[in-house]
Design a protein around this ligand. Structure first.
Ligand SMILES: [Zn+2]
Length: 309
């Protein structure tokens, strides 16, 4: 006899953060819309709170002002002195921690949906912390089954993102969409995913249990930088045979870069990986041409309807 499935309280405090990266316009524009008209975030058992996470970056249509907000939710940043003339994102991280946290506390929000776009051809990607996060994995399974937006699951394993401020959360990463551009198809997919995510929480709050299931998910296996000169200048580009092939298998010996000299560079790993964030515009500065992923199948236990709050 296995142990009883997880059984938590209903989720009443849910937030939707957009503009965590100020030039990812689907989240920026949807959150601004919901701030004017929050009806799309209301459900029977709760109303989600829209939050424009990085207003100054959104105003300037840049990813961030001083540092990447979505890497700023560390204990060091959240507890540091934040003078008014200090790094803007440090002040924003602390303000969001006050609003939706404090991180790790009983007062923290129950769930954050954090909205992102990528320039990579990743379609819809659900970003959860770990397969051991049973609730988030059930949200992913529900979205895959009901949203009509094909979506894959990426388990990041970190805890420095905006969504780490709340007790639980999920990133919605939808692309390809150039930063600073708003596409109807991409934004509609994001809106549909978010709506179904809210529906899931509402069903759970109303007493729905969800059975055990298996899910395919991807875990990070390291990143690969562009070929560069000692000074950092690019020596070539992502190989045309790799461009736009996010989540497709990359085998040892497959081409990954083409140098300006015409020479091809081949993948030298010893196992098949699944690249994502291929040629993501925001990652040139991070020294990342793509991130390698391993593909896994996980068995997720049943989620029992909540107990009394
Ligand atoms: Zn982003």
């Amino acid at each position: 006899m296995s142990s009883a499935p997880p059984r938590g309280p209903p989720l009443s405090r849910v937030a939707v953060t957009g503009g965590t990266h100020g030039n990812e316009l689907s989240g920026v524009c949807l959150v601004k819309h919901w701030l004017r008209d929050p009806s799309g975030l209301q459900r029977r058992t709760f109303a989600a709170t829209p939050v424009l996470a990085n207003p100054e970056a959104a105003e300037r249509c840049v990813r961030y002002i001083n540092q990447d907000l979505n890497r700023s939710f560390t204990a060091a940043v959240l507890t540091s002195e934040a003078p008014p003339d200090g790094p803007y994102e440090v002040r924003r991280a602390q303000a969001i921690d006050q609003l939706l946290g404090p991180k790790g506390s009983a007062r923290a929000f129950d769930f954050i949906f954090d909205l992102h776009n990528t320039t990579s051809n990743m379609a819809a990607c659900l970003i959860a912390s770990s397969e051991e996060n049973v609730f988030a994995m059930h949200v992913c399974g529900y979205l895959q089954k009901h949203s009509r937006v094909p979506c894959r699951v990426y388990l990041h394993g970190g805890d420095i993102f905006v969504s780490s401020v709340s007790k639980n959360g999920l990133g919605l990463e939808v692309g390809p969409q150039p930063h600073g551009v708003l596409r109807a198809d991409i934004t509609s997919q994001m809106r549909s995913l978010l709506a179904h995510g809210l529906d899931f929480i509402d069903l759970f709050n109303q007493g729905t249990s969800f059975p055990a299931f298996d899910i395919v998910a991807y875990k990070t296996a390291g990143s690969v930088d562009f070929p560069r000169a000692p000074g950092g200048e690019l020596l070539g580009f992502v190989h045309p045979k790799l461009q736009d092939k996010d989540f497709l298998p990359l085998k040892p010996g497959d081409p990954i870069f083409q140098l300006f000299s015409g020479e091809e560079i081949f993948y030298e790993g010893d196992a098949t990986v699944y690249p994502i964030f291929i040629n993501e515009a925001a990652y040139y500065e991070k020294g990342t041409a793509f991130i390698k992923m391993e593909k896994h199948t996980f068995s997720i236990p049943a989620l029992e309807a909540p107990g009394p709050s």
